[in-house]
Design a protein around this ligand. Sequence first.
Ligand SMILES: Cc1cc2nc3c(=O)[nH]c(=O)nc-3n(C[C@H](O)[C@H](O)[C@H](O)COP(=O)(O)O)c2cc1C
Length: 220
Amino acid sequence: MGQVRDQRGDHIRDQSDDQSPDESTRKETSMQDSILQEGINEVIGTTHLNAAPMGIILRGGRHTLALFKRSHTAANIVGDGWFVANLIHDPVIYVESAFGDLPDDAFTTEIIDGTPMHRLAAAEAWVAFRAEVIGESSEAYSILLTPIKEEVLVRSIRPVNRGFNAIIEAAVHATRYIMNHDPELEWLIRHHLALARKCGGEREKEAAGMVERFIGEDSL
Ligand SMILES: Cc1cc2nc3c(=O)[nH]c(=O)nc-3n(C[C@H](O)[C@H](O)[C@H](O)COP(=O)(O)O)c2cc1C
């Protein structure tokens, strides 16, 4: 099994290129399970040439999404009926896709059940879902996700890093902070950015700077 440095340059991982397709890929018309875990899975969700961090809720074998209506992801899911969960460990991608747009060449196309679906080209693993609205409030949709295909491209060992986790926390709070400038969120963002800088590697430090720039440094 080959060992290579990944694009972040700071982790060694095993590549699964010597696996047979049967070992690394599962394809069924509708899969019972997915590689996601019970609880909330913070992934990069891709829809038509769009990416954004999303929390897929997996409880009792059921995958759902609580999705704010005012997002490109919501418009695309309602229009196209599909969603791809991308597993990736680059904190910069989380921040970039939360606050901005990834370039078109960040995506690659998979044809699944005859439908072209976009996933991240750099995904370490991905799960494609059929996506349907099963409920809504004035602000949000409840989306039922039915897994249809998944692929593990890279098998990696990741030591737990509080810096990476802190970037995820800071980014979640920051996506809310830009809407309401709540001082409590401001405190939480400060706290998590300090943790990211203390415990993270270069990519976490870069991502921390990006969060500050996106929310406007002078407001913190
Ligand atoms: C880690 C993380 C998880 C998120 N989870 C969700 C979610 O489950 N539902 C949602 O509507 N927004 C979620 N967001 C916020 C969206 O990513 C954010 O609003 C984004 O700008 C939407 O982008 P879009 O307009 O390209 O869809 C999350 C943000 C982060 C950083």
